[in-house]
Structure formats: structure tokens, C-alpha cells
Design a protein around this ligand. Sequence first.
Ligand code: NAD
Length: 441
Amino acid sequence: MHISVVGTGYVGLVTGVGLSNSGNDVLCIDIDEKKIKNLRKGISPIYEPGLEKLIDKNISEGRLTFGTSIKDAISSTEIIFIAVGTPPQEDGSANLSYVKQVAKDIGKNMDKYKIIVNKSTVPIGTAFVVEEIIQKELDSRGIDVEFDVVSNPEFLREGAAVDDFLRPDRIIIGTNRDKAKKIMQKLYIPFVETPNKILLMDPLSSEMSKYAANSMLATKISFINEIANICEKTGADITKVKLGIGSDPRIGNKFINAGIGYGGSCFPKDVKALNHIAKTLDYKSLLLEAVEEVNYNQRIKFSNRITDYFKDKKDVKLAVWGLSFKPETDDIREAPSVDIIKDFLKEGYKIEAFDPQAVKEIKEVFGNKVKYEEKNMYKILKDADAIVIFTEWKEFYSPDFEKIKELMKSPVIFDGRNILSQEDMQDYGFTYISIGRKDIC
Ligand code: NAD
């Protein structure tokens, strides 16, 4: 099939690459010319394991192309994916202006049957809004062209995006139209072992499923953090409690790791957006409000623990391990590291930070106020008063503790992701402060 993807970010690029890899001809377009220039040379604008290899393969086999012209994206294809951003606005609602702009452009340039597939995460009812915008443009041009708008939310996880797209748990197709249903099923069949992994539903339920999924996952994280905070008061250990509850299959072990809370471009924005949607419909979601508040407090609490610890000390130097909002990505959007480093800088601390992927991104936030390192995680430890772990990159799980102690001024670790063992910390003589567990002093 001939497909275009409008918006070549995390979702659009992975979608375009994934669909070209199953034999489709895909044109990915973006308004960011630099991004497109690099992509044409096979350079990915984002770090995602396995992505560049697939970009190269599909470019060289002639199925994947990149451009900046929305007209090309519309004229040459049967299916147009919308994968532009829907960032949060001041009041928490999703900013739909990018989606609406693409809908307008489609209406202005379309001249035969198309399926418009919305992959962006959008408020419930947006498929109808997109349909109206396109129809209005067609009416103003005085032409009658058939088209269908489909909701097809994306569930990929950054850091595992390629794998998630190629082997999804489920694919949701939200449309009431038979023709679009059949074409979309055909498009996605190569990605599922059994057709029943393709879930067909109406567009409203499809759009809601995406917000509900992210809100559920965010709720699990805030729940376990709430329990971790109570563990700290009672002397229970959250890592043991996690095992105690996670072995119940109704609860499960995933998404119940206590820490400094969720970040990223999706959970914070989607919980806010769903909460806003509920409010506008005169429904107060007590749970979603609590999920947000618990998550926000979690980073403040961690930050305060560190600043309290050093309140009587001058010339504090902190070594930060991990900047991205989670491992295996360079994404720092809404990352706890950003807020907490801001607090540290206000305190006048000297900050040196290591991250294997996100240094370029964090430099855009802090410039030369922070010193950075992306190759050697030990290099920033010289004379540090403490290590602060924000992201659970694999290399932090089993470091050389003797070497760390030799380099640091004082052996202190604040672990925002509970990745180190308390026994190790005790044996090596560290002061170790983590989440929902006893401090090791
Ligand atoms: P992104 O910011 O990485 O990418 C969006 C891209 O769209 C940018 O490159 C931007 O330049 C481009 N763009 C904006 N307007 C355009 C236009 N008119 N024409 C062409 N290109 C245009 O965003 P993302 O993280 O890929 O997210 C996209 C959507 O998918 C959001 O709604 C998000 O909530 C949702 N989503 C994201 C993820 C994720 O993990 N990032 C997962 C599932 C769903």
C-alpha cells in the first residue's frame, strides 16, 4: 500500500519505518527540514534501539522516503497517518492545533478516496472534529470526495518502540466504516500472530482507550509510591512489598516499582488531559487528581531529602547518574531530573551529570550551568559529595563500588529508582538513601 505519515517524531518515524518494513511504500514528512535532511542520510533524530538499522534497510530497499511537502503526502497515498504532537496547554487540555492544521491541509489537497488515520493521542471525539474540518475544506472547494477518518492510538514505549511496533500486544482500530475497517486490518495483519489482536471498535472508545491505558499505568506508579511513603513511616520495605503483591496475577509485577515517579511526554500530559476532559463534562475525577499530585510530590520529596541532607554543608558537589525520563531513550520531556537539577542549582550546588544518551537534550535546558559526561560514568565522581540516581540505566545496577568510594569525597548515594542492593551498600560502607526502604547510614 502507499502510505504517508505526517509528523516524523517518536511515533511517526517508528510507524513509518515499521510499515515500510512490512512491504508498504511509505513517505514520512515533517515541517522540521533539518530532521528530514538527516533522515534522508539515514540519521535518526532520536535514540531508539534498532531504529537506525531499519531506517537504513528500508531506505536502501526503496520503500521508505522522507520529505517536507504535505501535498506529496496527500496526493501519492491511500492512507495518511497523522502523528503530530498534542502537547499540554496551561489548563491541562491537549493542544489540537497541529492535528487540526494537518486535517485542514488534507481537506485542501485531497482529490480521491483516502483513509486518514489518527495516531496522535487526542481527546475523545477528535476523529469527528478531523472529519468536520476535512469536509469543510472539501465543501469550500466545491468537490465531493469520499474519505474515512480512523482512530488508531499508538501504545509503543519509548526505549522499546521498534519492538513494540513490530510486535504489538494489540492494535486498536476505531471506525464505524466497513471499507476503512477492512483496509486497516489488511495493513496490520503482518504485525500480529492472530487476527484477534486487532481490536475493532468505534472511534470514541478507541480514543478513550489510549487515555485510559496511560492513566491506568500512571495510577499504578502513583499507587506504589503512595505505599512506599507509608512503608517509610512503618519500617516496611517497598521492594519486598512489591514482591508480596506482584505475585498475585490480578496485580502483576509490572509498573509497581517505587521511585521518583513517572515523567516523559505521555503519562503526565495524558493524565492531565483526561482529567481536563472529565472536568469539562462536569465530572470531578478524584483519582486522576490524586495520581498527578502523588507523582508531583514524589520528586519534591526526593529533592527535599537531598537538600535537607546537605543543609549545613558548603560547596556541595553532586554527581548525577541518569537524565532521561527512563532508560533506553534520550527523551527528557517532563523528566524528574530536570525539575530536581533546577532545585540543586538554586541551592548553589555544583552539578556534574552522566547519561549515555540524553546529554545533548539536557544541554539545551541547562547550558553550561551543569558539566556533562556521556561516555564514562565514573569520570564525574571525583570529589563528589553524593551520587544521585534519576534513571535506571543498566550500567548503574552493578558498578565498581570500590572505585566509586575511591573517587568520591564522601560515599553517599541517593537512589531515586531503588536499583542498588541495601546489603551491598552496607558491605561497602555507603550512606544509602532510597525510596520506601530504610536508610543505610
Ligand atoms: P514528537 O514531538 O516527537 O513528534 C511530532 C512531530 O510532528 C515533530 O517532528 C513535528 O515537527 C511534527 N509536526 C508538527 N506539525 C506538523 C505538520 N503540520 N506537518 C508535519 N509535521 C508536523 O511527538 P511524539 O512523541 O511522536 O508524539 C506524537 C503523538 O503521539 C502525540 O499525540 C503523543 O501523545 C502520541 N504518542 C506518543 C508516544 C511516545 O512514546 N512518544 C507514544 C504513544 C503516543
